[in-house]
Write a protein that binds this ligand. Sequence first.
Ligand code: FPP
Length: 230
Amino acid sequence: MDGNGRWALARGLPRVAGHQAGYEAMRRIVDAAPGLGIRYLTLYAFSSDNWKRPAEEVATVMNLLERYLREAVEDYGIKGIRLSVIGRRDRLPLRLCAAIEAAENATAGGERLHVRIAFDYSARGEILAAAARLGGMREPTVSSFARLLVGANPRLAEVDLLIRTGGEQRLSDFLLWECAYAELYFTPVMWPDFTPQELAAAIEEFGRRERRFGGLPVSTPSPNWVEVQG
Ligand code: FPP
């Protein structure tokens, strides 16, 4: 969700106003997602490197997370939306941790859409933590390691489509393992201006991509025998 700061500065507003507008955009995107066929949606709200930002900006984003958790408890049950938060919790205020747990518990039964907010999140950090949990596992496989990384649901280990707004074309430590075969979609639109229509356009583009996962195009017949002429 990149571009909040530039969106605000372009309007002569403080950067935090961009995060507030970004919050509204996020609410609209989550509400539109199930209708566009999305079952899992992970939003990068605060990276572990974002601690370097000014204290006022960090506090604004934390307050927005708290507000989101409160609003989720109020209306995600009825909408069938499950909410969870990924990333480190040991550097967050205890009050925020309690609110995260409460929202996760209150929405655990949601089956229409699973929204994950990445907060104090670092993909490298998550991979390192999963590696530390390997313990005595002798020969880890991609799927056994993925379970250590994301838990029991294998869908969470495979990102289909990664969207970055704001014009930068990089991953910035987001879901690095999970994006091994993700389709990447970069748009210059600043996050507060990213609408459900923009999301629908990204999904349409995704539908035009050919996903081969290292194999051949599906239209290419694969020989079940090879004749060598001498
Ligand atoms: C990156 O844009 C965005 C963030 C660091 C914060 C994202 C937060 C929200 C969208 C709202 C908060 C929502 C929750 C649930 C916490 P940037 O500020 O780096 O933009 P810039 O590159 O234009 O400076």
